[in-house]
Structures are given as structure tokens and as C-alpha cells.
Design a protein around this ligand. Structure first.
Ligand code: GMT
Length: 381
């Protein structure tokens, strides 16, 4: 199949999922065309079956706000027409699905019927989708897509709960390349960070307020105060990084924490981690936790959103009521106190990632969904 994929290329889990999906589809023989305002950051080296089409934003002086949605629409029209695409897959409703619907209308005038699949990731529904200044466009763009997928049952339920979405939604969970994300031998790295055999706690995020990164520092401080020999790695960057650094200085634990900023490859860092902390207030899936599990790292997380579909409480980690940091600290402590339990949960995490979320299991689901959507579109013509 010739597949067009649009995503946010520089930021966030939806871009990671879209890029990894495109790479996996290309490896399975499809020709994948990424259409975005810059090259997706996870793309890596160019693959034979992968093309990139940059959307140029026109900065005409009259435009105080350049109409990116329209530039993207025009690019989609061009790429569908000249590359003879079979399907468009848009990640994140706004503005990608909107541009695709408009492009489909333009192409129809030339007798081209391009099927559109839209994948919902999270804030496109839980935040942007709720904003009255966007809601009618979000709802319209989703309802007009030929196929709609959501990354968790939770997100599907949330999307349908308003009653404004009439489209059927297929749940296709996020996935992980368990060959790449696996426990790697990085003893020297661990030794450098934890010279006295300390246990290593890790948090990876974009440091947006929903991630509650400052709470990670608080939990770390509480455990250190209880006498635990631990270190903390904070990976990523974003609005709350300064607040997390400030909190670490205020609590006197800054020297025990490494703020690594944005890092690739994350799997090397996760390989030396003992416990992954994710106290988020909102998470439709929690891709960062899946990356940790695939590297055999148990997760302590908030019991919210789609996280319970990923982390099995008491088996692959622990789930705690949102903002109950006493419980969060106690569960992390439980893992530190019991090396056997930690080992068991590490193995169970890895096993769950491999058996349920491996790329080889989820990508065929997308392929068959594309086929079904194409068939229903062509039989409706
Ligand atoms: O909504 C966001 O935070 C951004 C979004 C994205 O596009 O990066 O993240 C969401 O999509 C990820 C990939 O499907 C999920 O793993 C994240 O849980 C989800 N984030 C939230 O729901 C907060």
C-alpha cells in the first residue's frame, strides 16, 4: 500500500507512535510518505520505502497567524495525486484530520477518492476537543474520517461520551519494538551513576504539568529521608523542568538527581533503571511506561486514563490513586524493600510488553484496518 502519514514531527507521543508506525509499515514492504512541517525526530536514517514531504508555511505579511491547516491541505492534495496514495493516516485530530477532510473534497472534484484514517491520541479529545473554540471542528473532522482509531479503550469511551462523535472507533493500542527496547548490558553506565550500588529511579516525560514531575522529586526526597540508597534520573524537558530543579535544590537532593534533558536513545537509559515513576494526572495510554516495561522496568503510576490497560496493578508494577503521594511513596518503597518482588515485576513487565504490545502484533491490526476502510470506501462509491 502507499500510505500517507501526518503527525506532529517534533514533540510528543503521537509523533513517536506515527513515526514508529511508518517505519514498521515500510519494513513490511509498504511505501510510506510522511507529510509534516519538519522531518519526524524519530525517523532516523532514511529507509528505501520512506519519503518525506515538507509542508511549507506561507508567511505572507497579511497573515498574522499563518494558515498552516491550508498549507497542509494543499500538500496532501499534491502528494495523494502525484504519488497515487491509497490511504491517508492522520495522527491527532487538530488540524490534521481537518486538512485531510478538506483535501479529500478537493480531490473528489478530480475523481480521486482518498480514504482517511484518523488516530486519536489524547489531548486532541481530552483538552483541545473540549475547548468550545475547537470542538465543532474536532467533532466534524472525526465524524467525517472514513476510519477512526483510539490508542486505548479509555480514550474511545471518553471520545464517545460527549455524544457528538458518531463515528465508529477501533481501539488499536500503542506498540513497542521490543527488540530495540530491551534490557541492554550497560553496567558501566549504572556504575557511574550509582557507584555505591544505589537503586535507580527514572522518570521520562515532556515535563508538562500533567506529568507532575515535581511530585517525582518529592517522592525521591521522601524515600531518601527514610534512608533508602537511591538515585534519580529525570529525562526530557519542558515547562515544569525548572520547577522540578527548584524543588530538588530546595529539598537538598539536587546532587543526587541527574537532569538529563531530551535524550535518544532512551532504551539505554531505561536499561539501567530499577523503577519507573509516572504520577501523571492524565494519560490516555502512557507510551513512556510501555518503553520502560519493555526494558524490564516495573512502573509505579497513577491509576488514571488508559494506564490500567497497560500496567497491571500488583503484577507489572503498582497503580495508585491520583495525587495520593503517600501511597505512591509506599508502593515505590515496597519494591525497594523486596528485591524478589522487584525482579518478578521486572520480568512480568517485559513479558507483557513482548506478548501484548510488540510491533509484530499491533502493526498487522493497522494493516487489516486500512484494508477494511479502503474496502468500505470503494464499495460505497
Ligand atoms: O496529549 C498529549 O499529551 C500529547 C499526546 C501526544 O500527541 O504526544 O500524548 C498522548 O498520546 C500518547 C501516544 O498515543 C500517549 O501515550 C499519551 O498517554 C497521551 N498523553 C496524554 O493523554 C496526556
Amino acid at each position: 500500500m502507499k500510505i500517507g502519514i501526518t503527525c506532529y514531527p517534533v514533540y510528543g507521543g503521537s509523533g513517536v507512535v506515527a513515526t514508529e508506525l511508518g517505519k514498521a509499515l515500510a519494513a513490511r514492504g509498504h511505501c510510506v510518505h510522511f507529510i509534516a512541517y519538519s522531518i519526524p525526530f524519530r525517523l532516523g536514517h532514511i529507509h528505501d520505502n520512506i519519503r518525506f514531504h515538507e509542508v511549507n508555511v506561507n508567511n505572507y505579511p497579511l497573515f498574522e497567524y499563518p494558515p498552516y491547516t491550508l498549507n497542509l491541505t494543499s500538500k496532501l492534495v499534491d502528494v495523494v495525486k502525484y504519488e497515487e496514495l491509497d490511504i491517508l493516516h492522520m495522527h491527532y485530530a487538530i488540524p490534521h484530520a481537518t486538512s485531510a477532510v478538506l483535501a479529500r473534497q478537493i480531490l473528489a472534484l478530480e475523481g480521486i477518492r482518498i480514504p482517511i484514517v484518523t488516530t486519536l491520541h489524547g489531548t486532541d479529545i481530552t483538552i483541545v476537543g473540549q475547548d468550545p473554540s475547537f470542538a465543532p471542528v474536532v467533532n466534524y473532522s472525526i465524524n467525517q474520517s472514513d476510519g477512526v482509531t483510539a490508542v486505548s479503550e479509555y480514550l474511545k469511551k471518553e471520545t464517545l461520551s460527549s455524544g457528538d462523535i458518531t463515528a465508529e472507533i477501533e481501539v488499536i493500542p500503542n506498540f513497542i519494538d521490543t527488540n530495540r527496547f530491551r534490557p541492554l548490558e550497560k553496567g558501566h553506565f549504572k556504575q557511574a551513576l550509582c557507584p555505591n550500588g544505589e537503586k535507580l529511579l527514572v522518570h521520562v516525560s515532556n515535563f508538562r504539568p500533567v506529568k507532575r514531575a515535581v511530585e517525582v522529586v518529592n517522592v525521591f526526597y521522601n524515600l531518601r529521608s527514610l534512608g533508602y540508597a537511591i538515585k534519580l534520573l529525570l529525562v526530557g524537558d519542558g515547562p515544569d523542568r525548572a520547577a522540578a530543579e527548584h524543588k530538588a535544590r530546595e529539598l537538598g537532593v539536587y546532587e543526587e538527581i541527574r537532569f538529563l534533558g531530551k535524550q535518544e536513545p532512551v532504551e539505554e537509559i531505561l536499561s539501567i533503571a530499577d523503577i519507573f515513576l509516572m504520577p501523571s494526572s492524565s494519560e490516555t495510554f502512557g507510551l513512556a511506561a510501555l518503553e520502560a516495561m519493555s526494558c524490564a522496568v516495573p512502573v509505579v503510576a497513577s491509576d488514571i486514563g488508559g494506564v490500567p490497560e497497560l500496567v497491571i496493578d500488583g503484577e507489572t508494577g503498582f497503580l495508585c490513586p491520583l495525587a495520593d503521594m503517600e501511597m505512591f511513596t509506599a508502593r515505590t518503597k515496597q519494591l525497594l524493600d523486596d528485591p524478589e518482588l522487584l525482579k518478578k515485576m521486572a520480568a512480568a513487565s517485559r513479558e507483557r510488553a513482548v506478548k501484548v504490545f510488540d510491533t509484530s502484533i499491533i502493526i498487522p491490526h493497522y494493516e487489516s484496518y486500512y484494508e477494511a476502510v479502503r474496502e468500505s470506501v470503494s464499495s460505497a462509491v
